[in-house]
Write a protein that binds this ligand. Structure first.
Ligand code: HEM
Length: 427
């Protein structure tokens, strides 16, 4: 098969389910493949993807890119937010933002969220137990995969529990921005969601100015580096970015790791036998079926990669899902092996834009795996899972499971999770 056919095949229903043979063939035949129609260079080896993501000669498409490629960007609040955000900013703006926002993601702050993440997980597993009583098949994503990351992001940011239900729809609509190709409907939904979320976060920040709390909104208000502080707009847009980037990626991870363990019973037995392996299971699932399929950069210098010249201004797409199955980096890459150790997955990107929420995402996944498999020893896939038709995210929309035989998790310290009007407490 020619490289273009291989590449396009990963976006068919079968290819979406199993893109790995096509990505392997593409890596072997054309590891740096320029697609004329899509006007981008696709990279599929680990070494090339890592090199581009860590090389400052490759920049993320920012507002100056927008001027050229999306001339009506000012008509779209979503573009105005997204392309000026940290994810799409370049040095020196990016470095300044990142220095200030880092204060909200220190190891101490992530560790402080652990018990809230545990309580929220148990609350959502209660809902799973109720819905799946009497052996009924349920959609794991509907009950846990989507609502749990909304709740965790809400806890991190400081969104009161009562306000969170509408965040699921807003988050999904705003996340359309993460797709490389957006329809007019995608723009309309993203614009409306961004406008509503900006108003919400503006109001939340005003409340935190009057009444500080232990949350990201307060930390960002207080963040200062020398003379530098976040502007009013940067404060709002950073909370928005954290929500948008941390929501469906975490949803994807929860579904992918659950599915991977359920379809590899020997690996699941290892994890239930030794809950310490839960963190490694999450890491291996992130490698084996990476939630973020690809991310792009723009070359600012003429560069040669594997004999192919990348001209200035060219678009380069790093295919993370392919890099994480590169045999040159991961021996026996198609084997799902929770005892693999020392792996350096590219699932969270690399270099200056390395995922700010990686530690929280790992915590969220590890807590979920540990508690889910301890509580539902008979958990099983009960139908054909359905993935979203997406170019950027590998996420299950529907992961049908039966979860009968629920037991109370032995390390569960609390039995009831009460959602107060502000935050979550356990009794
Ligand atoms: C397992 C789940 C997650 C995955 C797979 C993931 C993946 C990624 C990737 C690949 C990037 C880099 C994009 C690029 O270089 O173009 C990124 C950036 C980012 N992620 Fe995540 N992410 C996850 C969860 C989270 C969470 C939970 C948060 C926040 C609570 C978060 C916040 C961010 C932010 C703010 C950035 C931008 C960093 C920057 O531009 O400097 N992510 N993420």
């Amino acid at each position: 098969m020619d490289p273009q056919t291989l590449l396009l095949s990963i976006f068919t229903p079968e290819g979406r389910e199993n893109p790995f043979p096509a990505l392997e063939a593409l890596r072997e035949t054309a590891p740096v493949y320029y697609d004329k129609d899509l006007d981008t260079y696709f990279l599929t080896t680990y070494a090339h993807c890592q090199a581009v993501l860590t090389d400052t000669a490759f920049r993320t498409p920012d507002l100056s890119w927008c001027e050229e490629h999306l001339p009506d960007w000012r008509d779209h609040p979503a573009a105005d937010f997204f392309y000026a955000s940290m994810l799409r900013a370049n040095h020196p703006d990016h470095s300044r933002l990142r220095r200030l926002v880092n204060a909200g993601f220190t190891p101490r702050r992530v560790a402080a969220l652990q018990s809230a993440v545990e309580d929220l997980t148990d609350g959502h597993l209660d809902a799973l137990a109720d819905a799946s009583a009497h052996g009924r098949a349920v959609n794991f994503q509907e009950l846990v995969g989507y609502p749990l990351p909304v709740a965790v992001a809400g806890e991190l940011i400081g969104v009161p529990a009562a306000d969170r239900p509408r965040f699921r729809r807003l988050g999904s609509d705003a996340s359309r921005l993460l797709e490389p190709v957006r329809s007019p409907e995608d723009w309309a939904r993203a614009d409306a969601a961004v406008t509503e979320l900006r108003a919400y976060f503006e109001e939340l920040l005003q409340r935190r100015r009057r009444e500080p709390r232990e949350d990201l909104a307060t930390v960002l208000l207080e963040a200062q580096e020398g003379q530098e502080r976040l502007t009013r707009r940067e404060l709002v847009d950073t909370l928005l970015l954290v929500f948008v980037t941390g929501f469906e990626t975490a949803t994807a991870t929860l579904g992918l790791v659950t599915h991977a363990l359920l379809t590899h019973p020997d690996q699941r037995d290892l994890v239930t036998g030794d809950p310490e392996l839960a963190a490694q299971a999450v890491e291996e699932a992130l490698r084996w079926d990476s939630p973020v399929l690809m991310t792009e950069r723009i070359a600012t210098e003429r560069t040669e990669i594997a004999g192919v010249t990348i001209p200035v201004g060219a678009n380069v797409t790093t295919v993370l899902t392919a890099a994480n199955r590169d045999p040159a980096q991961f021996p026996d890459p198609h084997r799902f092996d929770v005892r693999r150790s020392g792996t350096k997955v590219l699932s969270f990107g690399a270099g200056p834009h390395y995922c700010l929420g990686a530690a929280l995402a790992r915590l969220e996944g590890t807590v979920a795996v540990r508690r889910l498999f301890a509580r539902f020893p008979e958990l099983a896939v009960s139908g054909v899972p359905v993935r979203r038709e997406s170019y950027s995210l590998r996420v299950y929309e529907n992961l049908p499971l039966t979860a009968h035989g629920s037991v109370t998790s032995p390390d569960r310290a609390t039995t009831i999770t009460r959602h107060e009007s502000e935050g979550v407490t356990s009794s």
